[in-house]
Design a protein around this ligand. Structure first.
Ligand code: FEO
Length: 402
């Protein structure tokens, strides 16, 4: 029986949001991504003569999607199951859909079919592979496809409905933001852009060059875009080009003239050094943000590092290595490869160092321009050392201003 509470939302003529809102999730991708505001898994039903379901939801939310769908369609009559992206938060309910709709044709890229077969048994499933420029005529609505390889998986693609100027780009332009409203004009705009920027920084930074190229491709194709309906968070209808412009900025900019000082400390010595660095930066007239890594929201910290040009990392040495919070940050930065950073390392140790060299190796791995050698102290920083830290901060600020 249909759930009387979980209703679909018609987001455009003949296009219905049939997804799910995950208000409670705080850890995404294992413990990789801290989702402060929850998320949504967006699935869309296009009724345009023939019918197409565009993406599904994370498997624990399948019942929610089916409840919304039950108001609109008998799935045994569904024509197409479009899979823009196979990651389980979007294809999780695919097998359940195909059980209810064995007649439906799965529409995806060549890499999409490969990934579906690597995730699911897929026995008896019908596939139609599509590439950029291919179209499926539903009747009143058309589905156009645009491959988006490595944005952010090999299988990724966008679906576009030209009659509505509606782009459904799956993960691209998404945000982890649970809300009762489905549209950008129904949520706090500052929170929306904050979540969109974290999403870009944590998911798409390694693909900056591809993002830039893809946006140029969309601009060159003169694709009219009046609505962007991603697979996470709200739908952009008020000013959809705002998020496209933001992506172009995030993809091409090395960040703001701001310094992130992030540190981990055992007995407060490294913390004193961090504060001295920050004061030097601020006194030179450049914005600085101080993060104690173990108490910071890691996703917010990573976003701030990606979006700031100045980067100063400090850590105490333990067993000749860095502390575990710093190790996680360095590992994530090595993967993300944010461009154009400038900064240095610092830290205290007891009888033998190690942490500063490890941080410097990571800074070199992400091609940071180091303004100076790391500042290391034994046990406690002297007033002279703190003055050197402050001076190092000031020098970095001057380099950023220059
Ligand atoms: Fe939202 Fe790449 O999955």
């Amino acid at each position: 029986m249909a759930d009387t509470i979980l209703k679909p939302v018609e987001i455009n003529k003949g296009v219905f949001w049939v997804g799910a809102v995950d208000w409670a999730v705080r850890q995404f991708h294992g413990h990789h991504y801290h989702t402060t505001h929850g998320t949504t898994y967006n699935s869309y039903l296009v009724k345009g003569g023939k019918t197409a379901l565009v993406d599904t939801v994370h498997i624990p939310f399948a019942a929610e999607m089916f409840a919304r769908l039950s108001d609109l369609i008998d799935l045994s009559k569904l024509d197409y199951m479009v899979v823009n992206h196979v990651e389980p938060d979007h294809s999780g309910a695919l097998a359940q859909v195909m059980t209810r709709a064995p007649q439906a044709t799965i529409v995806c890229t060549k890499n999409g079919e490969k990934a579906i077969r690597e995730h699911y048994a897929a026995e008896g499933w019908k596939f139609q592979q599509v590439k950029t420029g291919d179209a499926i005529e539903l009747g009143t609505h058309t589905l156009n496809f645009l491959e988006a390889r490595m944005l952010h998986w090999p299988d990724s693609m966008f679906t576009y409905v030209p009659e509505l100027s509606l782009l459904m780009p799956n993960d691209a332009f998404g945000q982890h933001l649970a809300s009762s409203g489905r549209f950008d004009d129904e949520v706090d705009h500052a929170v929306l852009m904050d979540e969109a920027s974290k999403y870009y920084a944590v998911i798409l930074t390694p693909f900056d060059a591809l993002v830039e190229k893809k946006i140029q491709e969309v601009v060159a194709a003169k694709l009219d875009i009046k609505m962007i309906a991603p697979s996470h968070g709200i739908i952009w209808r008020k000013n959809p080009m705002e998020i496209v412009q933001a992506y172009l900025r995030w993809a091409t900019s090395p960040g703001e003239n701001r310094v992130i000082v992030a540190y981990e400390t055992m007995w407060g010595s490294t913390e004193q050094m961090a504060r001295a660095v920050m004061e030097g930066v601020a006194e030179a007239g450049v914005e600085a943000k101080l993060y104690l890594i173990p108490t910071a929201d890691r996703t917010e910290l990573i976003r701030d590092i990606v979006e700031s040009r100045g980067l100063v990392l400090g850590c105490s040495t333990i067993n000749r290595r860095v502390l575990p919070g710093m190790a996680a940050i360095l590992e994530e930065l090595r993967g993300l490869q944010p461009d154009g950073k400038i900064g240095f390392a610092f830290g205290s140790h007891g009888w033998g160092g190690g942490a500063v060299k490890i941080i410097e190796a990571a800074l070199d791995d992400i091609k940071t321009t180091r303004t100076q050698d790391g500042i290391e102290v034994t046990y406690r920083p002297t007033p002279e050392t703190l003055a050197a830290c402050k001076e190092a901060g000031r020098k970095l600020a001057e380099a950023l201003k220059g």
